[in-house]
Design a protein around this ligand. Structure first.
Ligand SMILES: [Zn+2]
Length: 279
């Protein structure tokens, strides 16, 4: 599933590709992608004649700003956007096509069909579901160690808490494992029992992991590609995710995999001891 760095990479790419393009028509071949409005035909007519002005992001959601509306799009497992010309053959997994007045098309393709799109009147999307319930953005200046501490007040495992988008947005299974490794924290640590020092370290590692991944264009584990079909390069920098039995880059101990809250989890057992060893 694309996480914050991949969605941010798609945002940056889409922003360049569709800015100032005007929608002539929308072709929807899988109605259940459209969550709002209920009527797919209304979705189509609302967007006809609208021009894209800016692509923003909230957590793992894309916010595509038009004249009168905001299109909120979540890629979920494998959704992706691509630019095409009208005459290009249409892939069987393409479910929504935004046909522009200049003859180009933005196509939404989704093999797993879990992605969603919602339309809101301009200025209303952030205070409505699904965006209303989201936690703070980890890359904004107001995300401090104290804010993180407040979001970690829970008896749940720290990994489970960090994956909860209502507590903090953007982290998924890859980057949560990477951030916890960099911070030297075991993922099953009860989140309210983290020391202030551990929270400071975790805060720094979350911000750095996400920023480094954005700089590398995201990861391409499971064939993830960004909005222009380019593979992200961050998977080469992964320290634990997907590296079961490979030596830890820090201490040489083999990486192990187990599940936390039902999610496959990778750690270095020496760098992330279950109880913190003073060093
Ligand atoms: Zn290690």
């Amino acid at each position: 599933m694309p996480e914050l760095p991949e969605v941010e990479t798609v945002r940056q790419t889409l922003n360049q590709l569709i800015k100032k393009k005007t929608i002539e028509d929308v072709v929807i071949t899988l109605p259940r992608i459209i969550q709002k409005p209920d009527d797919v035909e209304a979705f189509r007519t609302m967007l006809q004649g609208q021009t894209f002005h800016l692509v923003e992001r909230r957590g793992k959601f894309l916010r595509l700003l038009l004249d009168d509306y905001v299109l909120v799009s979540h890629l979920r497992m494998e959704g992706r956007y691509g630019m095409f010309e009208k005459e290009d053959p249409v892939d069987k997994h393409t479910h929504v096509r935004f046909v522009f007045t200049d003859g180009s098309e933005l196509r939404y393709t989704d093999v797993r069909q879990f992605g969603t799109m919602h339309i809101f009147e301009a200025g209303t999307d952030l205070t409505e579901l699904p965006l209303r319930q989201l936690g703070p953005e980890p890359l904004e200046k107001n995300f401090t160690p104290d804010v993180l501490k407040g979001r970690l007040k829970s008896s749940r495992a720290v990994k489970t808490q960090l994956l909860d988008q209502t507590k903090l947005v953007g982290l998924g299974n890859i980057y949560v494992d990477e951030a916890l490794f960099s911070a030297g924290i075991h993922p099953e640590t009860v989140s309210s029992e983290l020391s202030d020092e551990q929270i400071r370290r975790l805060h720094k590692c979350i911000v750095r992991t996400l920023a480094d991944a954005i700089a590398a264009g995201g990861s391409s584990v499971k064939s993830y590609v960004n909005g222009q079909g380019e593979m992200g390069m961050f998977q080469q920098q992964l320290n634990v995710y997907g590296r079961k039995n490979e030596p830890c880059k820090h201490c040489g101990e083999p990486i192990i995999r187990f599940t936390v809250g039902g999610r496959g989890t990778h750690i270095c057992p020496r760098c992330q001891p279950a109880r913190e060893v003073s060093r």
